[in-house]
Design a protein around this ligand. Structure first.
Ligand code: HEC
Length: 152
């Protein structure tokens, strides 16, 4: 009995995560996940600039959180939610769906870099790992797959 209930719940969740999820919700949720990644990234940039004192525990915690934020975001780009398709504003380029493998590879790379940052054990390793995540992770993907900010 319990098994059947579990399966039913699981199937329901899968439907929610794929077909049944409203496109607009996907756009909103992926933007939220990206914003959270930025919030977690910000103090680390402060540490690189010497504005925030280096703290290994914070680095590890925030980097792990960034990896989770990106894992969440990557599942929120269903077909038909690009710029001009979704009803809500989005800066998602059509290339996301034209070059699916590359887009996913860009997520793989950024998540790998976030996890590598979460695994550092010295201040010496910090700066190159943060710069790698920010530059080759976040920025590289934005350059390829995100439209410039719309002028209001
Ligand atoms: C694999 C590609 C990819 C990676 C990696 C990535 N992003 Fe994004 N990001 C996007 C796309 C695409 C959008 C546009 C989403 C939209 O408008 O629907 C976006 C949007 C954003 C936004 C704007 C959200 C909003 O409210 O409109 C922020 C902030 C952001 N990303 C931060 C980050 C940070 C910080 C990292 C790295 C830790 C990161 N992103 C990594 C693809 C990526």
């Amino acid at each position: 009995m319990r098994k059947i209930t579990t399966i039913a719940i699981f199937t329901g969740m899968t439907l929610f995560a794929t077909g049944a999820m409203a496109a607009d919700d996907a756009v909103k949720m992926r933007k939220e996940a990206m914003k959270e990644a930025k919030m977690n990234f910000k103090p680390l940039v402060g540490m690189v600039k010497g504005k925030v004192p280096f703290d290994l525990a914070t680095v590890k915690k925030n980097a792990a959180q960034i990896a989770a934020d990106l894992e969440r975001a990557r599942k929120l780009f269903p077909e038909g939610t690009g710029d001009g398709e979704a009803k809500v504003e989005t800066r998602a380029k059509p290339e996301i769906w034209l070059m699916k493998d590359e887009f996913q590879a860009a997520f793989d790379n950024a998540i790998k870099r976030a996890k590598a940052l979460a695994a550092i054990d010295s201040e010496a390793a910090f700066k190159p790992a943060v710069m790698g995540l920010g530059g080759d992770g976040c920025k590289a993907c934005h350059k390829k797959f995100r439209l410039p900010k719309k002028k209001k």
